[in-house]
Write a protein that binds this ligand. Structure first.
Ligand code: NCD
Length: 290
């Protein structure tokens, strides 16, 4: 299948190539594909990923069909395959898909146009990881030896799962922290207050209530007290350590409002970089270089 479904299918060299190309695009390098047309299909809520992909497509001069899933024939029972097959048949050159089902793209065997995964269930979120890596690389100029702790709702997070695999492959030391109920052993567990003092990167996650089968045991104020990034905790971070978060952020839960806006925060830079990594992968695919 063409496009980008899982980051683990790309070599570390290819990932570095994407980051370097995204930097070049951020620096003002222009490419344009005015005869191309893409469709965005978001079966799950999204602000950043959805509109960042749309901005990336628009920056590349690509025409965008933004599919309103709730007003489409999906509501008449049409399958994902038939929906994508329709876009392919009407002349679309690529699709961006977010879906709550893990590995939804397995149903799309036979589709010939490139598919870019904007998040599938709790499995993968390749472009989020790429923008995280670009932001880390801008900060440190390397990956090898950097220590990153991902904190919070690990077990429901496609961001955590994609990042752990690639960060370890790039030579980073990855840890997880937060409530025991969200620990799925996908990396080494470290107590939060120890992580705060020793990590180069503290990556916070939202508590993904919509994915929970059972109600979280603690209240949000208790969560903030035990696992939230407060001003007091932020002041214990290493001098050049940074705060990251894929967002949406829940101020006062996993992060205090002041920390989101603090000098150490790279949260808004992550959003900016998201547009460039998405431009990079789409352009590389259209040039046969992905
Ligand atoms: C994340 C997602 O949807 O996986 N957000 C994002 O894409 N920036 C994380 C989340 O929803 O908490």
């Amino acid at each position: 299948m063409k496009g980008l479904l899982r980051l683990r299918d790309l070599s570390t060299e290819k990932i570095q190539e994407i980051i370097d190309y995204a930097e070049k695009l951020k620096g003002g390098y222009k490419v344009s594909y005015p005869d191309k047309r893409f469709a965005t299909l978001f079966f799950e809520n999204s602000t950043r990923t959805h509109y960042s992909f749309m901005s990336a497509l628009m920056n590349l001069g690509i025409q965008v069909l933004d599919c309103n899933v709730s007003a489409s024939s999906v509501q008449k029972g049409e399958t994902l395959y038939d929906t994508v097959r329709t876009f392919e048949s009407i002349g679309v050159d690529g699709v961006i898909i977010r879906h709550s089902k893990d590995g939804y793209y397995k149903e799309l065997e036979g589709i010939k146009i490139p598919i870019f995964n904007a998040g599938d269930g709790a499995s993968d979120h390749p472009t989020q990881s790429l923008l995280d890596l670009m932001t880390i690389y801008e900060e440190y100029g390397r990956f090898e030896g950097l220590k990153c702790c991902i904190v919070g709702d690990i077990s429901h997070s496609r961001v955590a799962h994609t990042n752990i695999e690639i960060m370890e492959r790039l030579g980073m030391k990855v840890y997880i922290s937060g409530p025991e109920e969200f620990n799925d052993n996908s990396a080494l567990f470290i107590p939060f207050d120890e992580a705060i003092k020793t990590m180069d990167i503290i990556m916070l996650l939202r508590v993904q209530f919509e994915r929970h089968q059972e109600k979280m045991e603690m209240s949000v104020s208790e969560y903030h007290e035990k696992y939230g990034l407060t001003l007091e905790r932020m002041n214990q971070m290493k001098d050049n350590a940074i705060i990251m978060h894929p967002a949406p952020i829940n101020r006062g839960v996993e992060i205090a409002s002041e920390c989101a806006e603090a000098e150490k925060s790279r949260i808004y830079k992550q959003m900016t970089n998201g547009v460039y990594v998405r431009m990079a992968i789409i352009s590389m695919e259209l040039e046969g270089k992905l």
